[in-house]
Design a protein around this ligand. Structure first.
Ligand code: 1GP
Length: 249
């Protein structure tokens, strides 16, 4: 089954999913191997792979290692057009709809389109919304955009609604990797109630309690990266916490 269809089915059935974010620059290959094995044992649903800036050119190796150690689908989560690889299964085609930087809204997409057309990757369009989280994040700086203030619910809701009306298939509420404050629960709730398409949230989730809260509030996919970089032993607990928020039918 195509990955988007799987996300949609799970969302419709109230089954919560967890994605482990791998930033190839922040991990040694042996750490990627360990995370892949722990994630497989823990029932993790997806790997997201990417970073705001990759310096070490380890993207292909990283995906190869994930594929050799698990059967979990690998979805590119690119910080820029150089972060693409045919080894992955799918790509989040991110349009930064919280910002007003034309390059991030459509410019880079035009450049990437012919490559993606030729590739076997499943392309999943995604409205990417950066939310203010306490300090300047790498995404904010690299994208040269202003995040949505965390108390401006109406802006977040209307932005997500507009993204859905434009035909985007997912909405991603992002506090930024390593964020001081994760996305407020009431923002997740209100955005979820305003759209029909699946909702992804992430950034700054460090405990199983916070991960579960994000899922209970309405996230269909909860993304966690930094918390696992030093302690992949936490993956099982986080995965259980997210999955336990699923609606029982
Ligand atoms: C970043 O939302 C993800 O894009 C994950 O953030 O690294 O803080 O878990 P963390």
């Amino acid at each position: 089954m195509e990955i988007y269809q799987q996300i949609l089915n799970h969302s419709n059935q109230g089954k919560k999913q967890i994605a482990v974010l791998i930033d190839p620059d922040k991990l040694l290959n042996r750490d990627v191997e360990r995370i892949a094995q722990d994630a497989s044992k823990s029932g993790v649903d997806y790997f997201f792979v990417g970073g705001s800036l990759l310096v070490n050119n380890e993207l292909d190796l990283c995906i190869k290692t994930l594929k050799a150690n698990s059967e979990i689908p690998v979805i590119l989560f690119p910080g820029n057009t150089m972060q693409m690889s045919w080894r992955a299964d799918a790509i989040l085609f991110l349009s930064l709809i919280s910002g007003r930087n034309a390059e991030m809204l459509i410019g880079r997409h035009v450049i990437a389109a012919p490559y993606l057309k030729l590739s076997p990757l499943e392309v999943i369009s995604c409205g990417y919304m950066l939310v203010e989280s306490g300090k300047t994040t790498a995404v904010e700086y690299m994208s040269n955009t202003m995040p949505i203030p965390s108390d401006k619910m109406d802006i977040a809701i209307c932005t997500a609604m507009a993204g859905e009306m434009l035909g985007l298939k997912l909405i991603y509420l992002e506090a930024g990797s390593g964020a001081q404050q994760s996305i407020p629960a009431n923002m997740i709730e209100q955005v979820k109630q305003s759209i029909q398409i699946p909702l992804i949230t992430g950034g700054g989730l460090r405990t199983p309690e916070k991960a579960k809260e994000a899922a209970v509030s309405g996230s269909d996919i909860v993304v966690i990266g930094t918390a696992f970089e030093k302690n992949s032993g936490l993956i099982a607990e986080m995965a259980d916490a997210v999955h336990s928020a699923s609606r029982i039918s």
